[in-house]
Design a protein around this ligand. Structure first.
Ligand code: URA
Length: 430
């Protein structure tokens, strides 16, 4: 059968800064999914979009075409409303782990279809796989059962049926320098979230050195583009812009982050993690029609922990099993007396990745016990020789490369440090 368009004409259109028509977008996404548009042609188009952008109509159509490339889940028959959260990714960002059971404790179903880590940001599934027996791959029937008749919370791998065009395109963008582009990120994230079929969606758009978006203006543009896409598709969508200039909490890694999440579920945990978990839970609960729910109380009285334990068991895990630990540790100490000035999220994320907590290629294994424990945050007083971090790994020869990536951060001086008032920087809703 003759094809409706020629890929080269579509590339030229965007190269020459013109708008793509709806029909051109529908065809190029479909033809790329079918293998008719070649990877090199899609790379050229992605680069033309990276350089010349897309307007709101083009982004909405591009998102819709990617949704139509695969299946759509429908949770309409569930006895509970659904609410989901998506983070654009950061260092020490384990919020999904306490958040999903916390929101489900209020009888709101949380279908958290997640991914694995690539590069310096960790992956939720990699973290949970450090729990002995826990299973990331569930069938659609298992997901529906867990959400409807079970604990109400599911954190699992997104199936291959959701937005397959995005899966192919994201892998291509990863190797062609076209990831950090607002129209392509917004359509990539929202095609998966809309296809997932949630009623409400709260976006945690990270800003700072450890995030995709280094400036608050770019983060605002990404957030409002995604809020518009979600709202237009009938999903109640809200975005919080949150700080990612220093790591979140006091652990970075897989088992280390699970341990810290369980501290939060037990009513403790670091203040920034608790603040963000509660802020996102309030947004999700309000969007799901429960504005009076009190998430702080559910952390204190153990209801969220009960849902966590049920959720881990439903997916084959043992919530009481000891978590794996790394074979080797190395302390990083303060070089002088004074005030800790900085802890660059990107440098800490790369160090953790080099210790074995993350992967360079998607088929690489990760070490469950690898990562970094943080003992002091910027603004705190330290004494010479005081422990700032402990590095964890199974391979001692990884320490030197991890230490290299920490060069230029963890400086100590007598300068006072302005402490951030809140991890939440802004809120965007329609
Ligand atoms: N996460 C996604 O799913 N897609 C992007 O493009 C970037 C981050």
């Amino acid at each position: 059968m003759a094809e409706q368009f020629d890929a080269v004409d579509i590339i030229r259109t965007k190269r020459d800064k013109a708008e793509l028509t709806d029909a051109q977008i529908d065809w190029v996404i479909d033809a790329y999914t079918r293998g008719v548009v070649a990877d090199e042609q899609m790379s050229a188009l992605a680069m033309a979009i990276f350089l010349n952008g897309m307007n709101r109509r083009e982004i909405a159509r591009w998102t819709d075409a990617m949704i139509r490339s695969g299946e759509r889940l429908d949770f309409g028959k569930l006895p509970r409303r659904t609410a989901d959260k998506h983070s654009t990714g950061g260092v020490g960002d384990k919020i999904t782990l306490p958040l999903a059971p916390l929101v489900a404790a209020f009888d709101v179903a949380v279908p958290q279809l997640s991914g694995r880590g690539l590069g310096h940001t960790g992956g939720t599934l990699d973290k949970l796989e450090s729990i002995p027996g826990w299973r990331a791959n569930l069938s659609n029937e298992e997901i529906e059962h867990q959400l409807g008749a079970g604990s109400g919370a599911v954190i699992c791998a997104a199936g291959t049926g959701l937005a397959p065009a995005d899966k192919k395109l994201y892998a291509l963008r990863d190797i062609t320098g076209t990831v950090d582009c607002v129209p392509l990120i917004a359509s990539s994230i929202m095609s998966k979230k809309i296809a997932e079929g949630t009623d409400a969606l709260v976006l945690d758009v990270k800003v700072g050195s450890g995030a995709f978006m280094k400036s608050i203006d770019m983060a605002r543009e990404l957030a409002s583009t995604m809020v518009d896409l979600g709202t237009d598709a009938g999903v109640k969508t809200i975005a919080l812009l949150t700080d990612m200039s220093v790591p979140l909490g006091l652990t970075v890694g897989n088992a280390l982050e699970v341990r810290e999440s369980m501290e939060v579920l037990a009513g403790g945990g670091p203040a920034d993690i608790v603040e963000l978990t509660v802020a996102l839970a309030r947004e999700m609960l309000t969007a799901a029609g429960k504005p009076d729910a009190d998430p702080e109380q559910a952390l204190r009285d153990g209801r969220a922990m009960d849902v966590w334990r049920a959720m881990i068991r439903e997916q084959g895990g043992d919530p009481d099993a000891p978590l794996p630990t790394a074979r080797h540790t190395l302390d990083v100490v303060a070089e002088s007396d004074g005030i800790l000035q900085d802890m660059d999220a990107l440098k800490v994320g790369v160090a953790s990745w080099r210790l074995g907590a993350g992967r360079a290629r998607k088929e690489d294994p990760v070490q469950a016990g690898a990562g970094i424990e943080i003992f002091t945050k910027p603004g705190e007083n330290v004494r010479k020789g005081q422990k700032l971090l402990t590095l964890h790994t199974d391979d001692e020869d990884r320490f030197s490369r991890a230490l290299e990536s920490l060069e230029g951060t963890l400086t100590v001086s007598q300068e006072p440090v302005v402490e951030r008032a809140s991890v939440v920087l802004d809120r965007i809703a329609r």
